[in-house]
Design a protein around this ligand. Structure first.
Ligand code: NAD
Ligand code: NA
Length: 398
């Protein structure tokens, strides 16, 4: 089958297996080029392991410190003339490279919010690894069925109090327009978003893993958050998703208590704004990212998911010294994004940006390129006019 990108809005409906494998290989090469992460993790569970920060975390653990990894995700294989999802091919490619390097890697495909997938994961840890010493929590989902009540929650991306108006971009066409996003209709929308993207499921995972005795002495667990610039506060940090992130961050003390007798610890890492399947769905944010990329690339401090996660492991979590935290107890790898000179330049560009100025003052081309990379497209190494032979690639689903 010849596979070309087919997009609908901010979604790409097709993925290219060889291209996804190239994406994974590039990330592995990057981690290897940075050298061994001394005292890194050895047995790692990544929840949300197939794309974005999750696959980058898995690669950093495996190829940075030789870790055995179990990945949990929700992806689809190829079916009836339709390729599988990018996360499916990313994982198949990752496992092939891990196996070639003599590293254990197995995966579980299913709803991480469910009790059943938690149990399957625990059984696999017991059977193959005994215990894990690092759990990365990198889920991003628009909905969650609560495992205890069966209630299905949907998250919303809305401001809380007043309508929010600002510029946004259609990154396919490069058209910059004004957008107004109405605030929540009721408080329930906040509660629903917290139920999906807050900390309860992270806590359920750690509780279940602990009760099963599969957490090693000195275990660490990390979940990912975002803050970003003031200009996105109404839609992000002060919006419904921000309330969920407050809740996620607020879960840390309870988890630390739970892990205390194992000398374990939990962290939230605040990561940089990056092009992922999840962030491309948020209004306003892609325009901010395209300006941010321009400024950070010019300053030589641009990072993608893999640079972020390699640095999180090597310089924050496993640096051989204390883990540096901000005044709210969070790890910050958004430090370069939030640097005063970077933010000052981005806000200046924000005032100037329009459909006419976008091609010159932003890195919209880089944004688009990275969006297509998520699905295995736009890699110079791949001949996209050729039949894809890797459609049958499958991860070793336990
Ligand atoms: P992503 O969409 O690339 O990855 C989401 C992962 O979750 C995938 O592996 C997917 O398969 C998995 N998943 C979703 N629903 C699932 C389910 N029900 N069961 C099992 N797996 C499921 O997203 P991302 O951008 O890498 O986000 C990961 C985390 O990082 C999120 O908490 C996000 O808020 C945070 N973060 C993102 C950014 C950004 O700019 N992208 C910045 C800072 C923090
Ligand atoms: Na992820």
């Amino acid at each position: 089958m010849i596979i070309q990108p087919r997009t609908r809005g901010f979604i790409c409906l097709t993925s290219h297996p060889e291209g996804c494998a190239q994406n994974v290989k590039n990330q592995i090469d990057y981690v290897k080029s940075k050298g061994e992460i001394k005292d890194g993790p050895k047995k790692v569970l990544v929840i949300g392991a197939s794309t974005g920060f999750g696959i980058a975390s898995r690669i950093s653990a495996a190829f940075g410190s030789g870790a055995a990894t179990i990945g949990v995700f929700f992806e689809k294989p190829a079916a009836e003339g339709k390729p599988g999802t990018a996360g499916w091919y990313n994982t198949a490619a990752f496992e092939k490279e891990a196996s070639a390097a003599g590293l254990y890697a197995k995966s579980i495909n299913g709803d991480a919010f469910s009790d059943d997938i938690k149990k399957q994961t625990i059984d696999l840890i017991k059977a193959d690894l005994g215990q894990v010493d690092l759990i990365i929590y990198s889920l991003a989902s628009p909905r969650r069925t609560h495992p205890k009540t069966g209630v299905a929650y949907s998250s919303v991306l809305k401001p809380i109090a007043v309508p929010f108006s600002d510029k946004t971009v259609d990154f396919h066409t490069g058209v910059v327009s004004d957008i107004t996003i109405n605030p929540i209709d009721n408080e329930e929308e906040i509660e629903n978003t917290i139920a999906v993207m807050g900390g309860e499921d992270w806590k359920f995972w750690i509780e279940d893993l602990k009760a099963a005795g599969v957490l090693a002495e000195g275990v660490k667990t990390v979940a990912y958050s975002y803050i970003g610039p003031e200009l996105t506060y109404p839609i992000y940090r002060n919006g419904t998703i921000g309330k969920a992130k407050d809740n996620l961050e607020g879960t840390v003390p309870a988890l630390n208590e739970l892990l205390a007798d194992l000398n374990g610890v939990s962290y939230v890492s605040v990561n940089k704004a990056l092009v992922t399947q999840s962030s491309s769905a948020i209004p306003v944010v892609p325009l901010y990212i395209s300006l941010l990329y321009k400024v950070m690339k010019e300053k030589g401090i641009h990072e993608g998911c893999i640079e972020q996660m390699q640095r999180l492991f090597a310089e924050r979590l496993f640096n051989g010294a204390d883990v540096q935290l901000d005044e709210k107890g969070r790890i910050r790898v958004d430090d370069l994004e939030m640097r005063a000179d970077v933010q000052a330049e981005v806000s200046e560009l924000w005032k100037q940006v329009s459909t006419e100025t976008l091609p010159t003052i932003s890195d919209i081309a880089g944004y688009r390129d990275e969006f297509f990379h998520l699905f295995g497209f736009n890699f110079p190494e791949i001949d996209y006019t050729k039949d894809s032979n890797e459609l049958t690639m499958i991860p070793s689903i336990a």
